[in-house]
Each structure stands twice: as C-alpha cells, then as structure tokens.
Design a protein around this ligand. Structure first.
Ligand SMILES: C[S@@+](CC[C@H](N)C(=O)[O-])C[C@H]1O[C@@H](n2cnc3c(N)ncnc32)[C@H](O)[C@@H]1O
Length: 265
C-alpha cells in the first residue's frame, strides 16, 4: 500500500523541483479561486495542503490584514514554504486537523482533495475549523488528458518493462471529483452550502526542454524510471525525447479543465 505517509515522503523528496518547475505550471491555473473568495475582510486564512506555500504572496496581497496558516502532511514541502516566510506553518493531515473549532474566515484547498483517502472527512474537518458563514475554496482537476507526452512516456516505460506507478489508487481519487457536479456533491455531503462550482479550461505552453525536465524531476517518469537499470533508463529517456521533439508547438500545449468551487459553512 502506498498511502498518505508515503505520499508525504514523495512530496518531501521533490519539494524543490515542485516549487521551481511544476508550481509555475499550476499556480496560475489555481489563481481564479482567489477572486471568488471574500479575502479582503478576512483575518484568519487557512491553506490546507499548502505544499511549498506558492500561494502565500497571492493570499497576502488580497488579504493584507490576515494571518495565513499553512498546513501540509509533507515536512519537506513546508520547509520550502518556511524559507519563503510570512505564514504560520504546521505539519498536519487534512483529514485530522489539530486546529480549534470556528477559527478561520476563509480556507483554501488547492490541488489536494484527490490525494486524500477520505476527502469528505477532510471537508468535514475544514467545516469544523471555519466560523459560521465562513467560506472555503477548492481547486481540483476536471477533465484532464495529462501533460503533453504522458502517453509517450507510458508507452516507452511499459515497453522497457518499468514497474507501475507506485502511488496507490486511494491517493489518486481524481475520478471522484473531476466535474463541478461531483465537487458540489462532496461539499454538500460534508455539510457545506455550495455557492458555486464550475469547470474552466486553462492552458500552459511547454517547450520540449521544460516538459522533459518537469516529467523527469517531479512527474510520472520520476516515479517509474528508477525501477529500471541505469542503461535502460537512459535508453528509455532518449526514445521519449526523440518522440517529444517531433511534437508541434500546438501539441506541447497542456489544456486541462480545472474545477473551482466555493462553499459556505
Ligand atoms: C499537488 S500538491 C499542491 C500543493 C499546493 N496546494 C499548491 O497548489 O502548490 C499536493 C499537496 O497535498 C499534500 N497532501 C497530500 N496528502 C495530504 C494530507 N493527507 N494532508 C495534508 N496534506 C496532504 C502534499 O504533501 C502536497 O503538498
């Protein structure tokens, strides 16, 4: 089984490349949620699964009077957030928050819910720590073909005999929340009143170099390649690179759907 503590260790190991390479891809995709939340008046903001704290500056600029608390299960991710400074940090499982009842005015949970074996339990915890009338914003993946070249990687890794992705399905629950209606239902099940839930298509333009680097340092390839002997890894990587170089600029555009939801306690 490969569940939460192992996932936390995995994130700790990739915290630096996550912050340098993957965050610039997904942070802009998440930003619209901040415009949907009452941040200007907030005094206490909670970011659950805050990771490397990439959204701290964005939260701070919209909520200049607020204290921002960032919690995450991965110590390594929070270490990067700590170097950034400014927020109150704590290692914590989203499904069991060591936080007081009714303590926050706004909570955000961005690209995290699908990693939780029990997302409804986590949402109930989030509801508990929010004040009556306070709001939560969630961001999850909707219809997502995966970054460009992911099919090429799968084919090459399978052909080379690489082991499967070590992540257990219990921490890859995208199918439970990949539409506005599904996220709406999860939030309602946890006792929230849903204000809005909507899908939007977003995009990021990769170059072959930026795509290869992100996949090798913190994507699927980084998890499956190490199961191969060094020479086979190098051959597999070279084959993929050659095929990626044949993709057109249009084929190098990543266009996932993102689900934004806002709900009130
Ligand atoms: C894709 S990252 C998103 C990080 C950040 N929200 C962002 O948008 O950059 C997922 C984060 O969820 C955290 N995470 C996974 N399972 C968790 C859990 N059970 N409790 C708290 N955090 C968890 C991971 O450690 C990781 O930092």
């Amino acid at each position: 089984m490969y569940v939460t503590p192992q996932l936390a260790a995995e994130y700790s190991a990739i915290a630096d490349p996550y912050s340098r390479l993957w965050s610039p891809v997904i942070r802009p995709m998440a930003l619209p949620i901040l415009e949907m939340l009452p941040l200007a008046k907030a005094r206490e903001i909670l970011d659950v699964g805050a990771g490397t704290g990439e959204l701290f500056k964005d939260l701070r600029s919209r909520a200049p009077h607020a204290r921002v608390t960032e919690v995450d299960r991965s110590q390594g991710m929070l270490r990067v957030a700590q170097a950034r400074g400014g927020a109150l940090l704590a290692v914590m499982d989203a499904q069991r928050l060591a936080l007081a009842d009714a303590a926050f005015d706004v909570a955000v949970c961005i690209f995290v819910l699908f990693h939780l074996p029990d997302p409804v339990k986590a949402l109930r915890e989030l509801r508990r720590v929010l004040r009556p009338g306070a709001e939560i914003g969630t961001v999850t993946w909707g219809n997502d073909p995966g970054p460009p070249g992911v099919a090429i990687w799968r084919e090459a890794l399978d052909a080379a005999g690489a082991g499967p992705d070590p992540r257990d399905p219990s921490i890859m629950q995208h199918a439970r929340m990949n539409s506005a209606a599904k996220v709406d239902a999860l939030l309602a099940e946890a006792g929230f009143t849903v204000i809005r839930a909507q899908g939007r298509r977003v995009e990021h333009r990769f170059t072959v170099e930026s795509l290869l680097t992100v996949q090798l340092r913190c994507g699927l390839a980084s998890r499956r390649l190490p199961s191969l002997a060094t020479e086979t890894q190098a051959r597999c990587r070279a084959q993929v690179e050659e095929r990626l170089r044949r993709l057109s600029a249009e084929e190098l555009v990543y266009r996932p759907e993102v689900i934004f939801a806002v709900a009130r306690r």
